[in-house]
Design a protein around this ligand. Structure first.
Ligand code: HEM
Length: 519
């Protein structure tokens, strides 16, 4: 009795004190720095609530805030002693993209690369000098310019596309033999199967036959350990302990790339890889730092491609009508060199131009599974769209996840996978603001690899669709798992559960071989 009285006599003042403190803190944090600042969305826990929400619930947290305030084109999240502005309207996103100096991605670069790649002080100085300078491009700028130029439609894109297409074709032709040796079918965990194929192929067409992953195949799972632990590396709290798998994976890759570069193997890689090396040398990066940067490029080249290909393959094979239509579209593009030939020539340019349903299905995959948030720093007090005051030093995010699931943009079926959504004659599609599709980001950070990604993913998926049948292991309908969106979205979202499939050689196509036409 005595005990409970003393507890309640202490707890009431403590409760009142905490209640008053929270109220004061909330008042302080929701107080606008300028009347025109976007509406503030407070968390029940002042100052740290949104941070906790994002850490624990990833991009799902942002989407839940978005659905709590559906009519706000932009809102403010108070965090610690700063602000993060969340843009949910495509029209405002386009304005953000245009204001690339006042709302800049550049200040984010050194912070992120330092944490993710573990660069030394000398390399960080090289990276910062260009990023912070008004008049010189520096290492990062030169690399970006080169990538945008080499991966734009033209000869060098065609060259890389041909290399990628041939690599996927070779791997999948080998897989046909594996199936033969296995009685014509094999069970695979689909995401793992696709990841492995894409990782091995990409390392090969970017870095040549003696690439680090070809020499040490055990690096492939370590690459995916690195990928999975990037949020931990970004947090940067004793990463070698708190994100130990990612840290170990990264360091193993760095060591292998250092050996690759030291042995002069770069000259056996793609023209793109060789040019990257020239830029690194020009700016004085040492071998180990160059290796660290190559790990980041390998990451950019593999992760989105692999996970997008997975969802695309799964959705196509899970829908027999879609499968039939896409096969028909693809088959119409194939050519036989002679009447009796069992060879079928496949042309990637024709596929991307003529296979409208496949292209639409690809874009729908990105819409549904990309929660990408394009991040900018407010470098000077700014009034966005003559309306919203944005305070210098704050962070701004264009919330792809919110936009991609917004039924006012995409219609009532925004939550569904609709492979026809992006068909040119779809009347719905015509009214969608171009900045609403965030799959490849936008503005100054628009993905330089987007044309190449379309080419290589369509080439890869086309070969799978033409040569194989993919079904569930129990011959039931293929399940489509939910997406894992309770994580920090650093690339296309992965599935919540594994899907095991049975892969068979496609009937009637046993004797056919595909070849790539490269003009
Ligand atoms: C389906 C495949 C792909 C998707 C969905 C994708 C998506 C993205 C996104 C969302 C961004 C950030 C944009 C932003 O923050 O606004 C990005 C950046 C980037 N992507 Fe891609 N990407 C894909 C494939 C590729 C490929 C194949 C390459 C390279 C060969 C590549 C290279 C890059 C690079 C280097 C950047 C950083 C650009 C910069 O910092 O300026 N991407 N990508």
């Amino acid at each position: 009795m005595q005990f409970s009285v003393s507890i309640s006599s202490i707890s009431i003042p403590v409760f009142l004190f905490v209640y008053a403190l929270v109220a004061v803190l909330k008042h302080l944090e929701t107080k606008k720095t300028d009347a025109r600042e976007p509406p503030v969305v407070a968390s029940p826990i002042p100052y740290v609530g949104h941070i906790i929400g994002m850490l624990l619930r990833g991009s799902r947290y942002l989407k839940s805030l978005g659905s709590r305030c559906p009519n706000l084109p932009i809102f403010t999240l108070p965090m610690l002693n700063g602000r993060t502005y969340i843009v949910t309207s495509p029209a405002l996103a386009a304005q953000v993209q245009r204001a690339s100096k006042a709302l800049s991605f550049n200040p984010v670069i050194p912070e992120v690369v330092n944490r993710v790649l573990g660069l030394d002080a000398g390399t960080m100085k090289i990276i910062r000098s260009g990023v912070e300078s008004e008049d010189e491009r520096g290492f990062v700028g030169d690399t970006q310019d080169m990538l945008y130029a080499r991966l734009a439609p033209g000869e060098s894109l065609d060259e890389l596309t041909a290399a990628a297409g041939n690599e996927f074709l070779a791997q999948l032709t080998d897989y046909k033999e594996i199936l033969n040796a296995n009685g014509g079918k094999k069970t695979e965990e689909l995401l793992g199967w696709v990841k492995q194929l894409v990782t091995v192929a990409t390392a090969r067409f970017l870095y040549g036959p003696e690439n680090p992953l070809a020499i040490q195949p055990e690096l492939e799972p370590l690459f995916w350990d690195f990928d999975a632990g990037i949020p931990g590396l970004l947090l940067n709290v004793y990463p070698s302990i708190t994100a130990s798998k990612a840290y170990r994976g990264r360091e193993a890759l760095v060591k292998a790339f250092t050996n690759y570069l030291t042995a002069g193997k770069k000259s056996t890689g793609s023209a793109l890889t060789q040019t990257r090396g020239v830029i690194a040398d020009k700016h004085g990066l040492d071998v180990e730092s160059t290796a660290r940067c190559e790990v980041s490029f390998l990451f950019a080249g593999i992760t989105n491609t692999a996970v997008t290909s997975y969802w695309l393959i799964l959705h196509i094979f899970a829908n027999p009508t879609l499968l039939k239509r896409i096969r028909k579209e693809l088959e119409l593009t194939l050519k036989a060199p002679s009447e009796k030939s069992s060879v079928r020539m496949m042309n990637i340019k024709t596929i991307t131009k003529d296979c409208k349903l496949l292209v639409s299905t690809f874009r729908e995959t990105l819409r549904l599974y990309s929660d990408n948030a394009s991040t900018r720093v407010v470098t000077t007090d700014t009034v966005l769209a003559d309306q919203y005051f944005l305070k210098k030093g704050s962070i701004l995010q264009i919330a792809g996840g919110i936009m991609h699931s917004d039924s006012t943009i995409w219609g009532g079926d925004a939550g569904q996978f609709n492979p026809e959504r992006f068909l040119e004659d779809s009347t719905k599609q015509k009214s969608v603001h171009p900045a609403a599709f965030r799959g490849f980001g936008g503005g100054a950070t628009l993905c330089p690899g987007r044309h190449f990604a379309l080419n290589e993913i369509l080439a890869f998926v086309a070969v799978v669709v033409l040569l194989f049948d993919v079904s569930s292991v129990d011959d039931e309908e293929l399940p489509i798992p939910k997406k894992k969106d309770d994580v920090l979205a650093i690339h296309i979202l992965e599935p919540l559960e594994q899907v095991h499939v049975q892969i068979r050689r496609r009937e009637g196509w046993d004797q056919c071989s595909l070849q790539l036409e490269t003009s």
